[in-house]
Design a protein around this ligand. Structure first.
Ligand SMILES: C[S@@+](CC[C@H](N)C(=O)[O-])C[C@H]1O[C@@H](n2cnc3c(N)ncnc32)[C@H](O)[C@@H]1O
Length: 227
């Protein structure tokens, strides 16, 4: 009677191929920085735990008459919530690298009768706005998707008013930035942590430019601000 036993070289090849496949999949999963595909837009309408509208309000504190910049609005889940709070004298600028996303936001805004949203097609690493133009800026599950997020933070410091606010929301998906990493990047960019809600897996954090903190309070958590 004969038995068929997998040969050792065959087994080794199978293991090697499996390992290479797993490493390649992992590298793609964590390294891919392509913008979120518009074809999967329906998923963007799902409310992520920890990143609720009430949570965003509490950390961003939008007010009537303010000019606020949103980076990476996707289909407008946050835009349609924030814009009405700015009132007719305020303005929400939404900036995205994909025209389909901006068109989607503007169609939804029109259906809701919102007239204070202005779209800008651009890369967040080079913001086409003058210095000090905004009272606040926010990104929800967008910063981790942008290559060189530190450039976005540097641009935030430039386009924010000296006492402006930057809010970053992140969630544990494949582009997630752990809170500790964001805090280090922000510190190196001249931003001071002012408030945080949630865990490192799903959080909203508010930062302020060091220039604002130097005038109004102690520089407790940001060594970069003390320099
Ligand atoms: C995952 S979606 C988040 C959408 C929305 N904030 C939400 O929470 O539903 C990320 C958004 O960032 C945009 N984005 C990616 N890279 C960008 C870049 N370099 N500059 C500007 N926007 C970018 C994408 O086009 C997309 O709209």
């Amino acid at each position: 009677m004969t038995h068929t036993v997998p040969t050792r070289p065959g087994l080794r090849w199978a293991l090697a191929a499996g390992t290479v496949g797993a490493v390649a999949a992992g590298a793609w999963w964590f390294g891919d920085k392509a913008p979120y595909p518009y074809a999967q837009r329906r998923l963007l309408d799902l409310q992520l735990p920890g990143l609720t509208p009430a949570g965003l309000n509490a950390v961003l504190r939008p007010g009537p008459g303010e000019r606020i910049l949103e980076i990476g609005p996707g289909t407008g889940l946050q835009s349609l919530h924030i814009a009405p709070q700015l009132g007719p004298d305020g303005r929400l600028d939404v900036l995205d690298i994909q025209p389909e996303m901006l068109d989607h936001v503007m169609r939804r805004a029109e259906r809701k009768g919102l007239t204070n949203i202005t779209p800008t097609l651009s890369d967040a690493r080079e913001l086409p706005f003058p210095d000090g133009a905004f009272d606040a800026m926010y990104l929800v599950t967008a910063l981790g998707e942008i290559p060189e997020p530190e450039r976005v933070l540097t641009e935030a410091v430039r386009v924010l008013a000296p006492d402006g606010r930057l809010v970053v929301g992140e969630f544990f998906d494949r582009h997630w930035i752990p809170f500790g990493t964001l805090h280090r990047l922000a510190d190196a960019s001249g931003l001071h942590l002012a408030a945080r809600r949630g865990s490192t897996l799903a959080y909203l954090a508010r930062f302020r430019p060091c220039s604002a903190v130097a005038r109004t309070g102690p520089l407790r958590f940001t060594p970069g601000c003390r320099a």
